[in-house]
Write a new protein. Sequence first.
Length: 273
Amino acid sequence: MGTLTILFFGDVVGRPGRKGLCRGIQTLKQQFDPDFIVVNGENSAGGSGITPSTLQKMTSYGANVITSGDHIFRNKEYIGVIQDERVLRPANYPKFADGRGHGVFEARGGNRIGVINLMGRIFMEPLRCPFEQVDKIISEMALQTKIILVDMHAEATSEKVAMGWHLDGRVSAVMGTHTHIQTADERILPKGTAYITDAGMTGPYDSVIGRNKVAVLKKLRTGMPARFDVSEGGVRACGVMLRIDADSGLARSIERFQVPVDTSSMIEEGSEQ
């Protein structure tokens, strides 16, 4: 069955992030010829949540699966998003929450790839235990495929690292999201699982994690209210490229990417930020 090439893009932030995703996928397709693309679309609509419109754009650019996190239910249009089988919300939300937190999808060539979306609990919502929940999911998913990807959407570095060790040898890769700053700790863990603490942000880096830096500085320096609009400049598409052994499901390599993209000439239909 050979080796599968998978692209994973970190949190897409607003219109600049959507444009960056479009250009980034175009560039990286030429470079890596991926079999499957996963995108964290958590902040794709104005910096918070996903709408049917932003979902359509991200999938039209080439995303096979859209993962999310703590903003998935923030947008009032979430019902039109969460019903799409390509969209995942954290699997450790209460079991009666709308949507689903994992799925098995078909990649190019017919290979089946499992994707699991989890959310941490340190400094975040008090959801069900992600460690306990992922164990249950893997026990069932492993009957369908050996190739399993995990998006660990969490605030605390320690919780992400712990999840990597917890799943080493049982999944293909654990990629952290949420903090928007790409870490330099990508590696293959001893039992064969690819790991990175944070895949980074697909969006404007002339910012404070995607937001207008003047407004953020005002808030931090004065304590006064400020509106945190999505910034515009310095757009990069960030994430990791994985090469996974299709027979064992274990990782052969993980490589970070940060692709600066010029979006100045790109016109996106619609008025959504």
